[in-house]
Design a protein around this ligand. Structure first.
Ligand code: FES
Ligand SMILES: [Fe+2]
Length: 447
Protein backbone atom coordinates (compact mmCIF):
# COMPACT_ATOMS: atom_id res chain seq x y z
CA UNK A 1 0.00 0.00 0.00
CA UNK A 2 1.15 3.54 -0.74
CA UNK A 3 2.22 4.78 2.69
CA UNK A 4 1.13 8.32 1.89
CA UNK A 5 -2.50 7.11 2.11
CA UNK A 6 -2.18 6.78 5.85
CA UNK A 7 -1.96 10.51 6.53
CA UNK A 8 -3.50 12.49 3.73
CA UNK A 9 -6.33 12.61 1.32
CA UNK A 10 -6.81 14.98 -1.57
CA UNK A 11 -9.79 16.28 -3.47
CA UNK A 12 -10.31 12.98 -5.20
CA UNK A 13 -11.05 11.21 -1.92
CA UNK A 14 -14.71 11.71 -1.17
CA UNK A 15 -15.33 10.28 2.27
CA UNK A 16 -13.18 12.82 4.12
CA UNK A 17 -11.70 10.21 6.42
CA UNK A 18 -8.12 9.15 6.76
CA UNK A 19 -6.64 6.72 9.23
CA UNK A 20 -3.75 7.97 11.31
CA UNK A 21 -0.90 5.50 11.36
CA UNK A 22 2.74 6.00 10.50
CA UNK A 23 4.98 4.15 8.11
CA UNK A 24 6.64 2.26 10.92
CA UNK A 25 3.48 1.21 12.67
CA UNK A 26 3.65 4.03 15.19
CA UNK A 27 -0.11 4.03 15.44
CA UNK A 28 -2.35 6.95 16.37
CA UNK A 29 -2.37 8.60 19.75
CA UNK A 30 -5.19 6.35 20.83
CA UNK A 31 -2.87 3.35 20.52
CA UNK A 32 -1.00 4.25 23.69
CA UNK A 33 -1.93 4.44 27.34
CA UNK A 34 -1.90 8.08 28.37
CA UNK A 35 -0.24 8.93 31.63
CA UNK A 36 -2.62 11.32 33.43
CA UNK A 37 -0.48 14.42 33.77
CA UNK A 38 -0.81 16.34 37.05
CA UNK A 39 -3.27 19.19 36.57
CA UNK A 40 -1.75 22.55 35.79
CA UNK A 41 -3.99 25.59 35.62
CA UNK A 42 -4.16 27.87 32.61
CA UNK A 43 -2.70 30.71 34.69
CA UNK A 44 0.27 28.56 35.73
CA UNK A 45 0.82 27.50 32.16
CA UNK A 46 0.73 31.05 30.80
CA UNK A 47 3.12 32.15 33.57
CA UNK A 48 5.54 29.36 32.62
CA UNK A 49 5.29 30.25 28.90
CA UNK A 50 6.34 33.79 29.80
CA UNK A 51 9.17 32.54 32.00
CA UNK A 52 10.52 30.37 29.17
CA UNK A 53 10.30 33.29 26.74
CA UNK A 54 12.29 35.46 29.18
CA UNK A 55 15.32 33.21 28.79
CA UNK A 56 18.02 34.28 26.33
CA UNK A 57 18.33 31.93 23.34
CA UNK A 58 21.59 30.56 24.77
CA UNK A 59 19.59 29.34 27.76
CA UNK A 60 16.43 28.58 25.80
CA UNK A 61 14.36 25.49 26.55
CA UNK A 62 11.14 23.82 25.54
CA UNK A 63 7.67 24.46 26.93
CA UNK A 64 6.11 22.14 29.49
CA UNK A 65 4.30 19.20 27.88
CA UNK A 66 0.96 20.67 28.95
CA UNK A 67 1.45 23.49 26.44
CA UNK A 68 0.66 20.85 23.81
CA UNK A 69 -1.97 18.83 25.68
CA UNK A 70 -4.08 21.35 27.58
CA UNK A 71 -7.61 21.95 26.31
CA UNK A 72 -7.76 25.15 28.38
CA UNK A 73 -4.64 26.51 26.69
CA UNK A 74 -6.02 25.68 23.25
CA UNK A 75 -9.24 27.55 24.13
CA UNK A 76 -7.08 30.50 25.17
CA UNK A 77 -5.07 30.31 21.92
CA UNK A 78 -8.23 30.16 19.82
CA UNK A 79 -9.58 33.27 21.50
CA UNK A 80 -6.42 35.33 22.07
CA UNK A 81 -3.99 34.17 19.38
CA UNK A 82 -5.63 32.49 16.38
CA UNK A 83 -9.12 33.99 16.44
CA UNK A 84 -7.76 37.43 17.37
CA UNK A 85 -5.52 37.55 14.34
CA UNK A 86 -5.55 36.74 10.63
CA UNK A 87 -5.90 33.17 9.47
CA UNK A 88 -5.06 32.43 5.85
CA UNK A 89 -7.86 30.38 4.32
CA UNK A 90 -7.18 30.20 0.61
CA UNK A 91 -5.40 31.57 -2.43
CA UNK A 92 -7.37 33.44 -5.08
CA UNK A 93 -6.25 30.97 -7.76
CA UNK A 94 -8.49 28.44 -6.01
CA UNK A 95 -11.55 30.65 -6.68
CA UNK A 96 -10.65 32.37 -9.97
CA UNK A 97 -14.17 33.03 -11.35
CA UNK A 98 -17.46 34.39 -9.95
CA UNK A 99 -19.34 31.46 -8.46
CA UNK A 100 -16.18 29.59 -7.46
CA UNK A 101 -16.03 28.69 -3.79
CA UNK A 102 -14.10 26.71 -1.20
CA UNK A 103 -15.84 24.86 1.56
CA UNK A 104 -13.72 24.57 4.71
CA UNK A 105 -13.90 24.46 8.49
CA UNK A 106 -11.61 26.62 10.62
CA UNK A 107 -11.59 26.92 14.43
CA UNK A 108 -14.93 25.15 14.49
CA UNK A 109 -16.56 27.55 12.03
CA UNK A 110 -18.08 25.96 8.92
CA UNK A 111 -17.07 28.49 6.23
CA UNK A 112 -17.28 29.24 2.52
CA UNK A 113 -14.73 31.39 0.69
CA UNK A 114 -16.66 32.59 -2.35
CA UNK A 115 -15.91 34.71 -5.41
CA UNK A 116 -19.04 36.89 -5.76
CA UNK A 117 -20.79 38.04 -8.91
CA UNK A 118 -19.43 41.52 -8.08
CA UNK A 119 -15.85 40.22 -8.09
CA UNK A 120 -15.54 40.44 -4.29
CA UNK A 121 -14.05 37.54 -2.35
CA UNK A 122 -16.11 36.93 0.79
CA UNK A 123 -15.90 34.60 3.76
CA UNK A 124 -19.39 33.42 4.71
CA UNK A 125 -20.69 31.08 7.37
CA UNK A 126 -22.21 27.81 6.17
CA UNK A 127 -24.60 27.77 9.13
CA UNK A 128 -28.12 28.23 7.82
CA UNK A 129 -29.98 31.13 9.49
CA UNK A 130 -33.13 28.97 9.58
CA UNK A 131 -32.29 26.02 11.86
CA UNK A 132 -28.49 25.89 11.88
CA UNK A 133 -28.01 23.28 9.16
CA UNK A 134 -24.59 23.21 7.49
CA UNK A 135 -25.64 24.26 3.98
CA UNK A 136 -22.84 22.18 2.41
CA UNK A 137 -22.11 19.29 4.74
CA UNK A 138 -19.25 16.90 3.98
CA UNK A 139 -19.89 15.08 0.71
CA UNK A 140 -22.04 17.94 -0.67
CA UNK A 141 -22.85 17.74 -4.34
CA UNK A 142 -21.13 14.45 -4.93
CA UNK A 143 -24.48 12.75 -5.52
CA UNK A 144 -25.23 15.21 -8.30
CA UNK A 145 -28.00 16.86 -6.24
CA UNK A 146 -28.08 20.60 -5.58
CA UNK A 147 -26.71 23.53 -7.54
CA UNK A 148 -23.05 23.23 -6.54
CA UNK A 149 -20.57 21.31 -8.68
CA UNK A 150 -17.46 20.05 -6.91
CA UNK A 151 -14.22 20.76 -8.75
CA UNK A 152 -11.39 18.32 -8.84
CA UNK A 153 -7.92 19.60 -8.03
CA UNK A 154 -8.25 21.23 -4.62
CA UNK A 155 -10.03 20.02 -1.47
CA UNK A 156 -13.52 21.47 -0.98
CA UNK A 157 -13.50 23.57 -4.16
CA UNK A 158 -16.59 23.97 -6.33
CA UNK A 159 -18.66 26.26 -8.49
CA UNK A 160 -22.25 27.40 -8.04
CA UNK A 161 -24.78 30.09 -9.02
CA UNK A 162 -26.39 30.09 -5.54
CA UNK A 163 -26.22 28.28 -2.23
CA UNK A 164 -29.07 25.95 -1.33
CA UNK A 165 -29.63 24.62 2.17
CA UNK A 166 -30.44 20.92 1.81
CA UNK A 167 -32.72 20.86 4.89
CA UNK A 168 -35.72 23.06 3.91
CA UNK A 169 -34.39 24.53 0.68
CA UNK A 170 -33.78 28.10 1.67
CA UNK A 171 -31.44 29.59 -0.93
CA UNK A 172 -28.81 32.31 -0.77
CA UNK A 173 -27.03 34.59 -3.23
CA UNK A 174 -23.25 34.42 -3.47
CA UNK A 175 -23.00 37.44 -1.12
CA UNK A 176 -24.94 35.47 1.52
CA UNK A 177 -28.25 37.36 1.19
CA UNK A 178 -31.45 35.35 1.28
CA UNK A 179 -32.81 34.52 -2.16
CA UNK A 180 -35.69 32.16 -1.46
CA UNK A 181 -37.48 30.67 1.58
CA UNK A 182 -40.47 28.48 0.76
CA UNK A 183 -43.65 28.56 2.86
CA UNK A 184 -42.60 31.42 5.12
CA UNK A 185 -45.46 33.76 4.14
CA UNK A 186 -47.33 33.18 7.42
CA UNK A 187 -44.32 33.86 9.67
CA UNK A 188 -45.29 37.20 11.19
CA UNK A 189 -42.58 39.83 11.32
CA UNK A 190 -40.14 37.65 9.42
CA UNK A 191 -37.87 40.02 7.54
CA UNK A 192 -36.24 38.48 4.48
CA UNK A 193 -33.86 41.43 4.05
CA UNK A 194 -32.41 40.94 7.51
CA UNK A 195 -31.85 37.22 7.01
CA UNK A 196 -28.81 35.71 5.36
CA UNK A 197 -25.58 33.82 5.87
CA UNK A 198 -23.28 35.55 8.33
CA UNK A 199 -20.34 37.29 6.69
CA UNK A 200 -16.94 37.38 8.44
CA UNK A 201 -14.24 40.03 8.19
CA UNK A 202 -11.77 39.10 5.47
CA UNK A 203 -8.98 40.63 3.40
CA UNK A 204 -7.08 39.58 0.30
CA UNK A 205 -3.35 40.25 0.54
CA UNK A 206 -0.80 39.14 -2.06
CA UNK A 207 -3.41 36.76 -3.48
CA UNK A 208 -4.08 35.08 -0.12
CA UNK A 209 -7.52 35.28 1.50
CA UNK A 210 -7.43 35.96 5.24
CA UNK A 211 -10.12 35.69 7.91
CA UNK A 212 -10.26 37.59 11.20
CA UNK A 213 -12.88 36.14 13.55
CA UNK A 214 -12.54 38.79 16.27
CA UNK A 215 -13.08 41.56 13.74
CA UNK A 216 -10.46 43.90 15.22
CA UNK A 217 -7.06 42.73 13.94
CA UNK A 218 -4.75 45.33 12.37
CA UNK A 219 -4.99 45.18 8.54
CA UNK A 220 -3.01 42.33 7.00
CA UNK A 221 -0.86 44.63 4.84
CA UNK A 222 0.25 46.51 7.94
CA UNK A 223 1.08 43.39 9.97
CA UNK A 224 2.87 41.58 7.20
CA UNK A 225 4.65 44.56 5.59
CA UNK A 226 8.09 42.95 6.05
CA UNK A 227 6.85 39.53 4.96
CA UNK A 228 5.38 41.19 1.87
CA UNK A 229 8.84 42.49 0.94
CA UNK A 230 10.35 39.04 1.51
CA UNK A 231 8.02 37.34 -0.96
CA UNK A 232 7.46 40.18 -3.45
CA UNK A 233 9.82 38.58 -6.00
CA UNK A 234 7.43 35.63 -6.30
CA UNK A 235 4.49 37.94 -7.17
CA UNK A 236 2.22 35.68 -5.07
CA UNK A 237 -1.03 37.20 -6.38
CA UNK A 238 -0.23 35.82 -9.83
CA UNK A 239 0.77 32.33 -8.74
CA UNK A 240 -1.52 29.31 -9.08
CA UNK A 241 -2.14 26.55 -6.55
CA UNK A 242 -1.23 23.39 -8.48
CA UNK A 243 -1.02 20.89 -5.61
CA UNK A 244 -3.27 20.79 -2.52
CA UNK A 245 -3.19 17.94 -0.02
CA UNK A 246 -5.12 17.62 3.23
CA UNK A 247 -3.49 15.82 6.14
CA UNK A 248 -5.01 14.45 9.31
CA UNK A 249 -2.44 15.33 11.98
CA UNK A 250 -2.38 13.63 15.40
CA UNK A 251 -0.49 16.51 17.02
CA UNK A 252 -0.89 20.01 18.42
CA UNK A 253 -0.86 22.90 15.89
CA UNK A 254 2.24 24.42 17.56
CA UNK A 255 4.19 21.18 16.97
CA UNK A 256 3.70 21.73 13.24
CA UNK A 257 4.61 25.45 13.38
CA UNK A 258 7.77 24.75 15.37
CA UNK A 259 8.79 21.89 13.12
CA UNK A 260 8.09 23.90 9.96
CA UNK A 261 10.17 26.87 11.07
CA UNK A 262 13.41 25.27 12.27
CA UNK A 263 16.01 23.79 9.92
CA UNK A 264 17.80 21.87 12.67
CA UNK A 265 15.70 18.74 12.03
CA UNK A 266 17.09 18.39 8.50
CA UNK A 267 19.89 16.53 10.31
CA UNK A 268 17.65 13.68 11.38
CA UNK A 269 14.12 13.75 10.00
CA UNK A 270 15.24 14.81 6.49
CA UNK A 271 18.71 13.25 6.48
CA UNK A 272 18.11 11.61 3.11
CA UNK A 273 16.16 14.47 1.50
CA UNK A 274 16.46 18.14 2.53
CA UNK A 275 19.71 17.74 4.50
CA UNK A 276 21.45 16.57 1.33
CA UNK A 277 21.14 19.98 -0.32
CA UNK A 278 20.18 22.31 2.59
CA UNK A 279 22.33 21.25 5.56
CA UNK A 280 20.98 22.19 8.96
CA UNK A 281 24.19 23.91 10.06
CA UNK A 282 23.88 26.56 7.34
CA UNK A 283 20.36 27.65 8.27
CA UNK A 284 19.97 31.04 9.94
CA UNK A 285 17.21 33.23 11.30
CA UNK A 286 16.70 36.92 10.58
CA UNK A 287 16.13 39.62 13.21
CA UNK A 288 13.02 39.40 15.34
CA UNK A 289 9.84 41.11 14.09
CA UNK A 290 6.50 41.63 15.80
CA UNK A 291 4.36 39.89 13.18
CA UNK A 292 6.50 37.63 11.04
CA UNK A 293 9.67 35.57 10.97
CA UNK A 294 12.11 34.57 8.25
CA UNK A 295 14.59 31.71 8.25
CA UNK A 296 17.07 31.18 5.40
CA UNK A 297 18.03 27.69 4.21
CA UNK A 298 21.04 28.09 1.89
CA UNK A 299 21.79 25.39 -0.66
CA UNK A 300 25.14 23.64 -0.63
CA UNK A 301 27.57 25.32 -3.05
CA UNK A 302 27.58 22.23 -5.23
CA UNK A 303 23.79 22.33 -5.79
CA UNK A 304 22.68 23.50 -9.22
CA UNK A 305 19.24 23.68 -10.82
CA UNK A 306 18.24 20.49 -12.64
CA UNK A 307 16.33 21.41 -15.82
CA UNK A 308 14.82 17.91 -15.86
CA UNK A 309 13.16 18.49 -12.49
CA UNK A 310 13.06 22.22 -11.70
CA UNK A 311 10.98 24.87 -13.38
CA UNK A 312 12.74 28.01 -14.60
CA UNK A 313 13.86 30.32 -11.81
CA UNK A 314 11.35 33.12 -11.27
CA UNK A 315 12.90 36.07 -13.07
CA UNK A 316 12.06 38.74 -10.48
CA UNK A 317 13.82 37.17 -7.48
CA UNK A 318 16.44 39.15 -5.57
CA UNK A 319 19.98 37.74 -5.91
CA UNK A 320 20.11 36.53 -2.30
CA UNK A 321 17.16 34.20 -2.96
CA UNK A 322 18.62 32.43 -5.97
CA UNK A 323 20.63 29.78 -4.15
CA UNK A 324 18.49 28.95 -1.15
CA UNK A 325 15.04 28.26 0.18
CA UNK A 326 13.45 30.33 2.93
CA UNK A 327 10.68 29.63 5.41
CA UNK A 328 8.36 32.28 6.80
CA UNK A 329 5.80 32.53 9.56
CA UNK A 330 3.21 35.28 9.44
CA UNK A 331 2.26 35.16 13.11
CA UNK A 332 0.56 33.13 14.33
CA UNK A 333 -0.09 30.44 11.69
CA UNK A 334 0.52 31.66 8.10
CA UNK A 335 3.27 29.32 6.90
CA UNK A 336 5.20 29.77 3.65
CA UNK A 337 8.40 28.50 2.16
CA UNK A 338 9.90 29.10 -1.20
CA UNK A 339 12.63 28.11 -3.57
CA UNK A 340 13.78 29.76 -6.78
CA UNK A 341 10.91 28.30 -8.85
CA UNK A 342 8.02 27.73 -6.41
CA UNK A 343 6.17 28.75 -3.28
CA UNK A 344 4.59 26.46 -0.70
CA UNK A 345 1.78 27.52 1.62
CA UNK A 346 0.52 25.49 4.61
CA UNK A 347 -2.75 26.02 6.50
CA UNK A 348 -2.94 24.47 9.97
CA UNK A 349 -6.23 24.32 11.88
CA UNK A 350 -6.43 22.91 15.43
CA UNK A 351 -9.26 20.51 16.18
CA UNK A 352 -8.21 19.53 19.71
CA UNK A 353 -4.96 19.80 21.72
CA UNK A 354 -3.61 16.70 19.95
CA UNK A 355 -5.29 16.82 16.59
CA UNK A 356 -5.04 19.28 13.71
CA UNK A 357 -6.07 19.52 10.10
CA UNK A 358 -3.36 20.56 7.67
CA UNK A 359 -3.49 21.69 4.06
CA UNK A 360 -0.19 21.69 2.16
CA UNK A 361 -0.06 23.45 -1.18
CA UNK A 362 2.42 24.26 -3.91
CA UNK A 363 2.06 27.38 -6.07
CA UNK A 364 3.72 27.97 -9.43
CA UNK A 365 4.20 30.94 -11.74
CA UNK A 366 2.70 31.42 -15.21
CA UNK A 367 6.02 30.59 -16.82
CA UNK A 368 6.11 27.26 -14.96
CA UNK A 369 2.55 26.49 -16.08
CA UNK A 370 3.72 27.08 -19.68
CA UNK A 371 6.70 24.72 -19.34
CA UNK A 372 6.46 22.06 -22.08
CA UNK A 373 7.39 19.45 -19.46
CA UNK A 374 4.83 20.77 -16.97
CA UNK A 375 2.94 17.53 -16.27
CA UNK A 376 6.11 15.50 -15.77
CA UNK A 377 7.71 18.11 -13.50
CA UNK A 378 4.51 18.60 -11.53
CA UNK A 379 4.29 14.87 -10.85
CA UNK A 380 7.87 14.93 -9.59
CA UNK A 381 7.16 17.99 -7.43
CA UNK A 382 4.16 16.25 -5.89
CA UNK A 383 6.09 13.07 -5.15
CA UNK A 384 8.89 15.07 -3.55
CA UNK A 385 6.49 17.25 -1.52
CA UNK A 386 4.70 14.18 -0.12
CA UNK A 387 7.97 12.41 0.63
CA UNK A 388 9.51 15.14 2.76
CA UNK A 389 6.21 15.97 4.43
CA UNK A 390 5.75 12.34 5.47
CA UNK A 391 9.09 12.65 7.21
CA UNK A 392 7.69 15.64 9.13
CA UNK A 393 4.43 13.83 9.88
CA UNK A 394 6.27 10.95 11.50
CA UNK A 395 8.38 13.09 13.81
CA UNK A 396 5.50 15.39 14.75
CA UNK A 397 3.28 12.39 15.54
CA UNK A 398 5.94 10.80 17.70
CA UNK A 399 6.68 14.13 19.48
CA UNK A 400 3.04 14.49 20.52
CA UNK A 401 3.15 10.99 22.03
CA UNK A 402 6.15 12.12 24.05
CA UNK A 403 4.09 14.90 25.65
CA UNK A 404 1.85 12.28 27.27
CA UNK A 405 4.71 10.18 28.62
CA UNK A 406 5.94 10.10 32.21
CA UNK A 407 9.43 10.17 30.70
CA UNK A 408 8.91 13.63 29.14
CA UNK A 409 11.67 16.09 30.03
CA UNK A 410 12.02 19.76 29.18
CA UNK A 411 14.80 20.04 26.58
CA UNK A 412 17.38 22.70 25.72
CA UNK A 413 17.38 24.51 22.36
CA UNK A 414 20.13 24.67 19.75
CA UNK A 415 20.97 28.07 18.25
CA UNK A 416 19.49 26.59 15.05
CA UNK A 417 16.14 26.54 16.87
CA UNK A 418 15.95 30.31 17.19
CA UNK A 419 12.56 30.27 15.38
CA UNK A 420 11.09 28.19 18.23
CA UNK A 421 12.40 30.73 20.72
CA UNK A 422 10.94 33.61 18.68
CA UNK A 423 7.58 31.83 18.55
CA UNK A 424 7.74 31.42 22.36
CA UNK A 425 8.38 35.17 22.68
CA UNK A 426 5.39 35.92 20.43
CA UNK A 427 3.07 33.71 22.51
CA UNK A 428 4.43 35.25 25.71
CA UNK A 429 3.72 38.76 24.41
CA UNK A 430 0.15 37.62 23.72
CA UNK A 431 -0.09 36.19 27.24
CA UNK A 432 1.29 39.38 28.79
CA UNK A 433 -1.00 41.55 26.75
CA UNK A 434 1.96 43.52 25.34
CA UNK A 435 1.33 42.36 21.76
CA UNK A 436 1.50 43.83 19.07
CA UNK A 437 4.67 45.57 20.19
CA UNK A 438 7.70 43.45 21.00
CA UNK A 439 7.90 43.48 24.76
CA UNK A 440 11.72 43.64 24.76
CA UNK A 441 14.46 44.72 22.34
CA UNK A 442 14.26 42.79 19.06
CA UNK A 443 16.65 39.84 18.87
CA UNK A 444 19.32 40.44 16.22
CA UNK A 445 19.77 38.49 12.99
CA UNK A 446 22.00 35.41 13.14
CA UNK A 447 23.94 36.86 10.18
S1 FES B 1 -32.07 24.75 8.21
FE1 FES B 1 -31.62 25.56 6.30
S2 FES B 1 -33.51 25.72 5.32
FE2 FES B 1 -33.98 24.94 7.24
FE1 LIG C 1 10.61 19.27 8.02
Amino acid sequence: MDTSDTFFHDATVKDGSSPVTGRHGLGGLGANYRYPRPAISLDELLTEIQAVADLPLERGKTFPAEAYTSAELLDWEVEHVLGANWICLAHISQVPKPGDFINLDVLGEPLIVVHGKDGQIRVLSRVCPHRAMDIMPPGFGYDGYGPADPREGSPGCGHTRLFLCPYHHWSFELDGSLKGCPEMQKAEGFCRDETGLKSFRSEVWNGFVFLNLSGDATPVAEQYAELGKDIAGWDPANLTVVIAKEWDCPFNWKVLVENFMEGYHHLGAHCKTLQVFMPAKNTWTEAERAHSMRVNLPYKDSVTADPEVDFATISTLPPDQLHQMAVYLGQPSFLLFNGPDRLFWYRIDPISPDRSRLLTTCLLSESALADPEFEKKLAMAETQMIAFHLEDMEVCTAVQRGFYAKGYQRGRLSHLEMPIWLFQRYLAARARGTYPTLDRPAAPSQK
